[in-house]
Ligand binder design. Structure first.
Ligand SMILES: Cc1ncc(COP(=O)(O)O)c(C=O)c1O
Length: 465
């Protein structure tokens, strides 16, 4: 805990020195940061010693909570043994090999090789490069376009931000790059037509995808990347039959599928992979976040044998496969990831997630009746509440009203940190969350939601209130 003087100083120093990701830079200059100083289980504490339940596990990542000693000890042990080595030029280390084996062992569909990187963005950047390299290797230089979906989130580097389907990630950054195309967002609540069933909506999505591939020319479309459940775009879950209708279209035109499991991997949806939950058959899988419980930055891209074989063929022709990062497969991050996977096994994280899921989902769905809530939705231990100005017409609030942001701030008051993505409030707590903590999380959220309703009513911002 910081005393009043050092607290003031921390805020001032922050404003003077830090450029914050995903912050309102102007507002930050006056308001300054919320300084978090420690964590314990599903809770974190701020500089005043106030405790908050972390309803988003940090940034969808701290699956084992904020005080797992084994992960700290695994890092320490590895630091003492081999603090750094790389995997360039055919070098290797034992933890990297073991981690790759472990990942391939739990992959949801047969995968051949693992490429380690440091972030989800780097994993998806690598996806783009491999899709292009693969098609060059096969002598198909025209087959380069990559499909992504509106509201998808795949990262912020130049290529991965291009895959991301959110306007703020493109506007004024001069993105997206060429050869990235955005197709429909499969959110039935938002984009379903009046009277259209979930299944009919899914059919329309698949038809529209096929039309897009045909109009672009199937010979130019190489891949589609998708999150099994869409996270940062607003925790959006595919409508029934979506994947069973979309995948045959991709197959028909020889368009590979890449599953971005950065959020959904490692138990979040009740199975080890979202791919399993939704019956996907991807050719590549990117994962990160819960791979190390967020304790150290590590991500991985798994690729199929077919893709690997093409890379080898190309390398045979041109020599070195010139891609990789200084910290690709860093031994310390690898050791922590390995320990994380061992812990998942030992505590049987999947059984735990499945046991607490009904309580989490029931708690979430109770908000469906709240006057501010258009849709409460979720699967496993991930969900969202979408706030609307009019429940009947689903009309959103004017973004300038900042309703979601207001709710998040009221949440701080009530001891909960939630993430507002516009007016969608996401829940993605540490996987180790217990029943009583789930109740506490929703109870605190409910108070913040009621405060928000009060403000909305006072300012007459909602048609039906
Ligand atoms: C599905 C998905 N893909 C990729 C990323 C990018 O990961 P990173 O922030 O580690 O670059 C994220 C981050 O939230 C994500 O949710």
């Amino acid at each position: 805990m910081l005393n009043a003087e050092s607290l003031k100083e921390a805020k001032t120093r922050d404003i003077a020195t830090l450029l914050h990701p995903y912050a309102n830079l102007k507002g930050h200059q006056t308001e300054g940061p919320m300084v978090i100083t420690e964590g314990d289980g599903v809770f974190v504490r701020d500089e005043n010693g106030k405790s908050y339940i972390e309803a988003l596990a940090g940034l969808w990542c701290v699956s084992l909570g904020f005080s797992n000693r084994r992960l700290a000890e695994a890092a320490y042990r590895q630091m003492l043994k081999l603090p750094y080595y790389h995997t360039f030029a055919s070098k290797a280390h034992d933890v990297g090999i073991e981690l790759a084996e472990k990942l391939l062992g739990i992959a949801p569909v047969p995968m051949s090789k693992v490429f380690f990187v440091n972030s989800g963005s780097e994993a998806n950047d690598t996806v783009v490069k491999l899709v292009w390299y693969y098609n060059n290797a096969l002598g198909r230089p025209q087959k380069k376009k990559i499909l992504s979906r509106m509201k998808a989130y795949h990262g912020v580097t130049v290529a991965s931000a291009s895959l991301t389907g959110l306007p703020n990630n493109h506007r004024d950054f001069d993105l997206p790059i060429a050869n990235v195309l955005h197709v429909d967002c499969p959110h039935w609540y938002r984009f379903g037509q009046a009277g259209e069933s979930e299944e009919a909506f899914a059919t329309r999505m698949a038809d529209s995808l096929e039309q897009r591939i045909l109009s672009e020319g199937p010979g130019t479309v190489a891949a589609m990347i998708a999150e099994p459940v869409m996270g940062a775009g607003g925790a959006i879950f595919p409508p029934a039959t979506y994947w069973e209708k979309v995948q045959p279209v991709l197959k028909k035109y020889d368009v590979m599928l890449i599953a971005d499991e950065v959020i959904s991997g490692f138990g979040r949806t009740g199975n080890m992979w979202g791919t399993t939950t939704y019956g996907l058959k991807p050719d590549m899988i990117s994962c990160a976040k819960a791979l190390s419980s967020g304790y150290l930055p590590i991500a991985a891209l798994m690729i199929s044998e077919e893709i690997y074989a093409a890379l080898v063929k190309e390398s045979e022709k041109i020599g070195v496969f010139a891609h990789g990062f200084t910290y690709s497969g860093h031994p310390v991050t690898s050791a922590v990831a390995l320990e994380t996977l061992k812990i998942y096994e030992e505590i049987d994280i999947l059984s735990h997630v499945r046991r607490v899921t009904p309580r989490f989902q029931a708690g979430l769905l109770r908000f469906q009746d709240h006057p501010l809530v258009g849709e409460a939705r979720g699967i496993g231990l991930i969900g969202a509440v979408e706030l609307v100005a009019d429940k009947a017409t689903k009309a959103p609030f004017d973004p300038k009203a900042g309703i979601g942001g207001y709710l998040a701030k009221r949440g701080h008051e009530h001891g909960i940190i939630v993430r507002a993505m516009g007016d969608v409030i996401a829940f993605c707590p540490p996987l180790i969350i217990q029943d009583d903590e789930i109740d506490m999380m929703f109870e605190r959220f409910g108070r913040a939601l009621d405060d928000t309703l009060e403000m909305v009513s006072e300012r007459r911002l909602q048609g039906t209130v």
